[in-house]
Design a protein around this ligand. Structure first.
Ligand code: FMN
Length: 589
């Protein structure tokens, strides 16, 4: 989160009770500062709060006073304190000044050296390290003025934390969200040389996951955290502050007094998942969108999903009992498909056994024999397809009903149109279409990883039904029945792959998402197109038998227009879409 060279150096010896001066600015995320106060207190810090006028519109001094156990300061014109030049004292007594949330306005005034209220005056007067945790609307964050102000503050040695990416209170999407209080606390604890994990079991577990603490992980080939999110994340800062061998995170987890899930009857055998590498999101422009505060890759159990998983293996392996995939060959004779009647393709499909039935190019019009004349020749098309499997224990997982047929048909059609196609596929029982490079993945996190590695692409068509959630904890052994009570299953949110691609530095020229809806199809698709920042949404109503079926009835939602396509085979949808993609790229060329 903090750019290299601009991190606050941890204080030499950890202080027993470091003092934090917390300035709460006037942003909608101010409520999270209450939780931050709680965490900091539980982590052993003394917290004194300063509330700006803006901040007081969102949280009350009473709440902060009750949580911090200290008087909350709101005014520069407090005569009693000012008799002793209280604002100077306040600014010097702290070991660390934290501004959270740091609004655009506060940072602008800080950058300009303005001191027109208590907060800005003491920030100007302090000789202590200062950390700002910004939160604002994406446009405000990306505005030249804010970018400039942040640069100015950083050049003066103020640590400005990168905001999170995500949905905003205002309905927009992008960077600007306040990181979750746990993440902010980890930054603060790092700067103060504190054991961040002592504040709660959740944080201890978070740290253990992130740094493979020996008590939790079995990864002997430990490497320093590879600074996820483009090398500017809390990992980068903490990697240097927290020793890998610090053994008490695990103990802290046990010892923590309170935990959100305290008292919950979790099954025995709770363990950290397999040692998947921490995903490197650098290709996503430094930020991986998350639908929530999920941070670590979930484990994937190969047996549980009965599927060969190797995100780096381009050539797929057949499933057990399935024939080897058709050889990947150049599209030498696409015209073979040219003369079959599209209408017949459905009838043909219904006559043959399931695994052989799926010929993604059956019934499609062909393209020019000469590869170079095909409309997507020279283009790289990235397609995702199928469901994801989110492991619970070695034999169980969460999944959805996606068959992968629509995505496979699109991959096939794009290959037939001359594109180089990378198909990132969840676990499905389909053959790899001719001319397509298939990468098999299991979980949403693996899919995100594989998508990142497959980029750049000219076009990305994200058809996969990525699980929104995964089990928060992976149980290393099969969960046993215990009496009549079923085990608790706590879910955490998965990365938002579509939004991450949309926000990445090498965003495809044309980005298409699929939306499976069971109601208000067009309206929801319109919203999704905007909020995720994609070009087109193909929306389908999955309340019928679309999932797993041969046909699809979709709406294509693009800027300023919605096309309703009659029900047709998934192959026909694929070819129609690919031809429109080719047209769009031609217009852009
Ligand atoms: C409902 C509402 C939410 C706001 N949220 C934010 C925000 O998240 N970030 C921000 O920079 N400004 C936000 N603002 C604008 C600030 O409140 C405004 O700039 C204010 O002057 C900031 O006060 P401060 O400098 O004391 O923080 C919001 C305003 C309103 C009315």
């Amino acid at each position: 989160m903090t750019p290299e060279g601009e991190t606050i150096q941890p204080l030499g010896q950890p202080l027993a009770h470091p003092r934090i001066l917390l300035v709460v600015g006037g942003g909608i995320a101010a409520y999270k500062s209450c939780e931050l106060v709680r965490l900091a207190k539980r982590g052993g810090a003394e917290v004194t709060c300063v509330l700006t006028d803006g901040g007081a519109q969102f949280v009350t001094p009473m709440a902060l006073a009750a949580l911090s156990g200290n008087q909350v300061h709101t005014s520069l014109w407090d005569l009693k304190n000012e008799a002793e030049i209280g604002h100077i004292q306040l600014s010097r007594e702290a070991d660390l000044v934290v501004i959270c949330p740091a609004t655009a306005d506060l940072m602008a005034r800080m950058a300009a050296g303005i001191a027109d209220d208590l907060a800005t005056t003491l920030i100007l007067a302090t000789n202590r390290p200062v950390m700002a945790v910004p939160a604002m609307n994406v446009k405000m964050w990306q505005h030249d003025a804010t970018v400039h102000n942040v640069e100015v503050l950083r050049s003066r040695g103020i640590t400005v934390i990168e905001p999170d990416m995500g949905d905003m209170a205002c309905g927009e999407f992008g960077p600007g969200r306040l990181p979750e209080p746990e993440a902010v606390w980890v930054e603060i604890a790092g700067a103060l040389g504190l054991d961040a994990g002592a504040a709660s079991a959740d944080i201890a577990a978070y740290l253990a996951r992130r740094y493979n603490a020996p008590d939790y992980g079995e990864d002997e080939d430990y490497e320093e955290d590879p600074a996820p999110s483009g090398g500017a994340s809390m990992g980068g800062m903490l990697g240097s502050l927290i020793q890998r061998a610090t053994p008490h995170w695990a103990q802290s987890a046990e010892a923590a007094e309170e935990d959100e899930y305290e008292g919950m009857d979790l099954p025995d055998g709770l363990v950290e998942g397999p040692d998947l590498p921490e995903p490197d999101y650098s290709g996503f422009g430094g930020l991986m969108a998350k639908k929530g505060s999920a941070t670590a890759a979930p484990p994937t159990d190969r047996e549980a999903i009965n599927h060969q998983v190797n995100a780096r293996q381009a050539a797929p392996q057949p499933f057990e009992g399935e024939e080897a995939a058709a050889p990947v060959a150049p599209m030498a004779s696409p015209m073979a498909f040219a003369h079959s009647d599209p209408v017949d393709s459905r009838a043909e499909l219904s006559l043959v056994p399931a695994l052989d039935a799926f010929d993604p190019l059956a019934g499609q019009p062909g393209f020019d024999q000469d590869v170079e004349h095909r409309p997507l020749y020279g283009r790289h098309v990235l397609v995702t397809a199928g469901p994801t499997h989110e492991p619970i224990d070695p034999v169980r997982y969460l999944a959805n009903r996606s068959s992968g047929k629509q995505g496979y048909a699109i991959a096939a059609a794009a290959a037939a149109a001359g594109a180089r196609v990378t198909l990132v596929s969840g676990p499905v029982h389909l053959r790899t279409p001719l001319g397509v490079d298939r990468i098999d993945v299991g979980s949403a996190q693996e899919m995100a990883d594989a998508v990142r590695e497959a980029m750049p692409a000219d076009v990305a068509i994200m058809v996969a039904a990525v699980a929104d959630w995964r089990p928060r904890d992976y149980i290393g052994e099969k969960i046993k029945k215990r009496g009549s009570a079923p085990p608790a299953l706590i879910l955490t949110e998965n990365p938002d792959i579509l939004a991450s691609v949309a926000a990445s530095a090498n965003r495809p020229e044309l980005l298409i998402g699929f939306a499976a809806e069971t109601g208000n199809v067009v309206e929801n698709a319109r919203k999704k197109r905007k909020s995720k920042g994609v070009d087109w949404i193909v929306a389908n109503d999955v309340s019928g038998d679309v999932m797993g079926g041969e046909d699809n009835e979709v709406h294509l939602v693009r800027e300023g227009m919605v096309e309703k396509w009659d029900e047709m085979t998934k192959q026909d949808v694929a070819m129609k879409l690919v031809l429109q993609v080719a047209d769009r790229l031609k217009v852009n060329a």
